[in-house]
Design a binder for this molecule. Structure first.
Ligand SMILES: Nc1ncnc2c1ncn2[C@@H]1O[C@H](COP(=O)(O)OP(=O)(O)OP(=O)(O)O)[C@@H](O)[C@H]1O
Ligand SMILES: [Mg+2]
Length: 291
């Protein structure tokens, strides 16, 4: 079928355009909690997987992670078990709907910084296997920034900031970008305006947000998507299924598909060529902490 050929070509192109077959790492972040990060991340993952990309989701909302509830998959082990029990990361990967892979974060990441050299080396070599295996690794972060979450956000290739048009959510999203800009001025940040009551309103809110970020922080953002407020999202959450699989034609599903297309084609994206890999950046940050 044509679409299968296109999918396979797309998958090959993804690898060849990157030069080396390593995963693109993306952190899903927000200033305020409850704005829809986990739902957007999961359904973006589903949508990428439908395009035949190999996708891994890692829940890093420490202590509050709920991706397994949203996916209807019960994880037997967490990343913390990898650190404490020396399990292999590949062995704790669960398979979710649409064949996406999933790793649970666990309840405490603070011990990441107290790892000795040998343990950190093990952890990074385990991560390196994942980076080689997948096309995309998506981190679902908790709201705001902690020392631990910053470690993963700053190591990622890009961030997708989720906000809603509410002033409180916009303000907290702005603060988040300000903080990130101080730490990593060149990190590409995409913005998703979730729960928009109309496309027009969402577009306006996204443009205003871009203007404010540009004039005060002097940095570009990529206006990635407008996702409508849609009752099918709440219905899907109640069913513990990703909304993109519950209803093919709902406004939210269409919007996620548009978001994935826009992301894939990279329209309007200001890309920064960052020479450092995820593993390299993690290593650097960890060394910086232990000094
Ligand atoms: N587009 C949408 N339309 C309607 N309801 C939505 C939409 N997006 C999110 N919601 C509602 O918001 C709730 C919270 O979403 P989600 O758990 O994805 O947020 P979060 O940002 O990950 O929260 P946390 O910061 O606690 O991790 C969902 O359970 C759903 O009821
Ligand atoms: Mg969440």
């Amino acid at each position: 079928m044509m679409s299968d050929q296109a999918n396979s070509l797309r998958s090959q192109m993804h690898h060849s355009t990157k030069g080396s077959p390593t995963a693109k790492t993306i952190a899903f972040i927000s200033g305020k909690g409850g704005v829809g990060k986990s739902n957007i991340a999961i359904n973006f993952a589903i949508s990428l997987s439908k395009k035949k990309y190999n996708v891994l989701m890692i829940d890093l909302d420490v202590g509050m992670g709920n991706i397994d509830i949203l996916l209807g998959v019960q994880a037997k082990h967490t990343i913390v078990d990898v650190l404490e029990k020396k399990l292999s990361l590949m062995n704790i990967v669960e398979t979710g709907p649409e064949n996406i892979s999933y790793i649970a974060g666990g309840s405490s990441f603070t011990n990441l910084f107290t790892l000795n050299h040998q343990h950190m080396h093990y952890f990074l070599s385990e991560f390196d296997i994942l980076v080689q295996k997948y096309d995309y690794i998506l981190f679902d972060m908790g709201a705001g920034i902690t020392k631990e979450s910053l470690f993963f956000i700053l190591s990622s290739d890009e961030a997708i900031l989720v906000t809603t048009p509410e002033p409180t959510s916009i303000m907290d999203g702005y603060s988040m970008i300000k903080h990130l800009t101080q730490e990593a001025p060149n990190m590409p940040i995409h913005v998703v305006m979730n729960r928009s009551l109309s496309f027009k309103g969402g577009t306006k809110a996204l443009r205003q947000f871009e203007r404010v970020v540009q004039s005060f922080l002097k940095r570009p953002i990529n206006k990635l998507a407008i996702i409508p407020d849609d009752k099918s999202v709440r219905e899907a959450v109640m069913k513990q299924q990703p909304f993109a699989l519950c209803n093919n034609s709902s406004p939210a599903t269409k919007a996620i598909e548009n978001m994935t297309d826009a992301y894939e084609t990279g329209k309007n994206i200001v890309t920064y060529k960052t020479p450092l890999s995820f593993i390299h950046k993690m290593k650097q940050l960890w060394r910086g902490r232990s000094n």
